[in-house]
Each structure stands twice: as structure tokens, then as C-alpha cells.
Design a protein around this ligand. Structure first.
Ligand SMILES: [Zn+2]
Length: 411
């Protein structure tokens, strides 16, 4: 297939080419040249010309929870089968957002592994998945009722060994929860990083407050998730040590908006009302969280820390993988659309160690491609107008239709 669009954003954070076309063959980007050259050299190829549109790499959501059913009002109904179907629906929604790969940062045990197996067997068509098992926290730590509780360095190591045995490709640790008290000790955090790196896998950590963030930097995690109340000095240290940052701006902004709305709705209720008390407590965290991103994102970005985009949607009825909105916040807070796109294309590829396979529109890489209407380098909201998505050269979304079934299984 020859895909033509007026603009081509390579995904490197700056380059936008004009009037280029891409030839895909055997799942790869075979050649990038002008439409005339390609159509002349390959007259038998189907040509899709999108005109005033932008071609770019398929996006990667670096903080997904495909199998996160814990916020459903009827969790008692969620047995393994229903969880799988929920996760499948979640995964397939990626295509209409232009997403071709996700890093899952904790789902119910075995969900992502089985989704990947189902895709390998051709049962389902889903984005590429890199996944952790369930997260790891201390007893009674953040999200303790959804993840594995561990105490002491040897329990940390044992849990990681079990997860690696069961197919985990990354490890997720959680260590702070809306207070300044760090949860896991430095010794436990160090053990987690050491055990992962010794086994040749990477690890990400949920840390939002201090001194938890500094402890995670010292431990040497590969990615810090949220780092909501990080300082400029933290950002500089992360840049220096090669620790990537997944800010998840949208998740915190959405929670702030919801709290604000609920508080307004319940205005007048006595402050000792338990619902009111919860809302006020949430608001006290999410308001400064929202402001921390709004006021400091650009300053931190400018330190050179590797930023990776992730959505972290876990609220009941929250949208699935709203990555375009996350990128829009980044642009609103001061970076260019091309830089924002880099946080969802070549930066994730580097962090995942697949930069020789994807993350850029470059000859020889996988044909995971996205075409959106308009000039994306001028307007990030062009991402809301998805025209075409290919995964390994195969169309998975085109003109409003998702191709996710088994239609070609017996051909
Ligand atoms: Zn998360």
C-alpha cells in the first residue's frame, strides 16, 4: 500500500516533511519518497491519498490498565471471563485513537498475557502490548486490595521472580499514596530494581509525593509514574540518570474536575457529611496536583528528562485510552505538537527498547502508522480526526471502521 499525506511527522520531536508518501510491504515501511516516484516504481500497489492530512507513527500509551475492573460498581460479576472481555474491549478501543501499542502497568493477573496469546493465535486483533503483572506494594500500601502486598527485600524479590515466571515483561511497584509518608523502604525499593535489572527486565514505579520520588530516583527505576509533586531538581536528576517520566496529566486533571463538580453539587451539605468529607479530602490532593502539572510541566520538560505519554484511566466510566487529550494538555502547557507526539512515539520505543522496530516513520521499521486530518504540527487536536491506522502494515482502522475480528483467519 502507498499512503500519501501532505505532511509527514517522523516522530523525532521536530521533523515534518512535506509531500512525501510511504510504501508499506510485508509489515514494514519499505520506502519513503514522493507520491510520483512511488506510484511510478510500484504501479501495482494500492494508493491511499489523504491530501491535507498528516502521516505519523502509530501512538503508544505508556500507562494503560486494560484489565482494571476494580472501579466497576458490580465487581462481584467480574470473574476471569468477564475481565478478559472487558480488557479486550479496552484494548480494541486503541485503534480509533490512533494507538498501536500500549504498556500495561498492572491489570488482573494473567489478563495481558492471555490477550497477547489470543492475538498471536489470530483470535483477536489488538495493539502491541508490553505488560507488567499486577503491581507490587507494601502491606496496606497504595492500591493494596488490587495488587500484591510484599514486605522486606526478599518478599519483593520473590514476588518479582514469580511474576517473571508467569510472563511479566516489566514490573510495577507502588510506593506513595497522597501523603508524605513513603511506603516501601529504600532497601525494598533497591531490591526491586536490582532484582529486575539482574533479570534483564525494566521496572516502573508509582510515586507522587516526596520524599518517595527521591527514593525512587535513588533506587534507579526505569520510569517514574506520575511524579506529581516532583521538583526541578528531581527532573534534572532523572534526566541525568536516564529515568523516564510518565506524567499522566489527564488522569489527575480529570479527577480534579470530578471533585470540583461534586463539591459544587453538594455545596451546602454539612462538612461532617461523610460524602462531603471524602470529596474535600480528594480535592485537597487533586487541586494542587492539577496545578503542579499546569505550572511546571514545561520547566521539567526543558531539563531534557525523557517524557512518555500515558493515560492511566481507572475511574468508572472514564474514557478508554484518551491519549490525544494527554498530548493536548502537554501542548497547552507549553511544548510543540511535534514534541508532544514524540512522547507517544519514539520516546516510548526507546524506553521499551524497541527503537529499532518502531516509534518513527523510517524505512525498515514496522508499518505501525497513523493518518490524521489536517496539519498536526500546527494543531494537536488533529489527532481527534483519525483517518487510517495500520498495525504491521495491516489496516486496523479506516474511515470510522475498526478491523479487529478474525475475518481473514481461513483465507
Ligand atoms: Zn496507574
Amino acid at each position: 500500500m502507498i499512503i500519501c499525506a501532505k505532511y509527514l511527522m517522523t516522530g523525532d520531536g521536530k521533523t515534518v516533511l512535506e509531500d512525501k508518501a510511504v510504501l508499506t510491504k510485508d509489515g514494514k515501511i519499505e520506502k519513503i519518497a514522493s507520491k510520483e516516484e512511488l506510484t511510478k516504481a510500484y504501479p501495482e500497489e494500492e494508493v491511499k491519498d489523504y491530501g491535507e492530512a498528516t502521516l505519523l507513527p502509530g501512538l503508544c500509551d505508556m500507562h494503560a490498565h486494560l484489565g482494571y475492573y476494580y472501579s466497576q460498581p458490580d465487581t462481584f460479576n467480574y470473574g476471569p471471563q468477564l475481565i478478559m472481555l472487558y480488557a479486550l474491549q479496552h484494548a480494541q478501543s486503541a485503534f480509533e485513537r490512533g494507538i498501536t501499542s500500549v504498556r500495561d502497568m498492572s491489570s488482573a493477573h494473567g489478563v495481558c498475557k492471555n490477550l497477547k496469546l489470543a492475538a498471536e493465535k489470530g483470535f483477536v486483533k489488538i495493539p502491541r502490548i508490553t505488560h507488567t503483572d499486577t503491581g507490587i506494594c507494601m502491606t496496606g500500601g497504595h492500591a493494596w486490595d488490587e495488587v500484591e502486598e510484599v514486605d522486606g527485600p526478599w518478599e519483593v524479590r520473590k514476588e518479582i521472580r514469580k511474576q517473571v515466571r508467569d510472563g511479566a515483561e516489566w514490573v510495577k511497584v507502588l510506593t506513595t499514596h497522597r501523603s508524605h509518608i513513603p511506603e516501601l523502604t529504600q532497601e525494598e525499593l533497591n531490591a526491586a530494581v536490582d532484582e529486575c535489572h539482574r533479570r534483564g527486565i525494566k521496572c516502573g514505579v508509582h510515586a507522587g509525593t516526596n520524599p518517595g520520588i527521591q527514593m525512587c530516583i535513588d533506587a534507579g527505576f526505569d520510569t517514574i509514574e506520575h511524579a506529581t509533586f516532583m521538583t526541578l531538581d528531581h527532573a534534572k536528576q532523572m534526566a541525568e540518570k536516564g529515568i523516564a517520566w510518565t506524567p499522566t496529566i489527564m488522569a489527575y486533571t480529570l479527577l480534579y474536575d470530578i471533585c470540583k463538580e461534586n463539591l459544587e453539587k453538594n455545596a451546602g451539605k454539612p462538612v461532617n457529611d461523610p460524602v462531603m468529607q471524602k470529596e474535600m479530602k480528594d480535592y485537597q490532593y487533586f487541586e494542587p496536583a492539577y496545578k503542579a502539572y499546569r505550572d511546571h510541566f514545561k520547566e521539567f520538560y526543558d531539563t531534557g528528562v525523557t517524557v512518555i505519554a500515558g493515560t492511566d484511566m481507572v475511574m468508572y466510566q472514564s474514557p478508554f485510552l484518551p491519549l490525544p487529550r494527554e498530548l493536548q494538555y502537554m501542548v497547552e502547557y507549553g511544548i510543540t505538537p511535534a514534541q508532544a507526539i514524540q512522547t507517544a512515539t519514539s520516546n516510548p520505543a526507546k524506553v521499551l527498547g524497541v527503537e529499532n522496530e518502531r516509534g518513527l516513520v523510517k524505512e525498515g521499521l514496522d508499518a505501525d502508522l497513523l493518518v490524521v486530518g489536517g496539519d498536526l504540527s500546527k494543531d494537536i487536536t488533529c489527532l481527534n480526526d483519525v483517518k487510517l491506522v495500520t498495525l504491521g502494515g495491516e489496516r486496523v482502522f479506516e474511515d470510522g471502521i475498526r478491523y479487529v475480528g478474525t475475518h481473514n483467519m481461513f483465507m
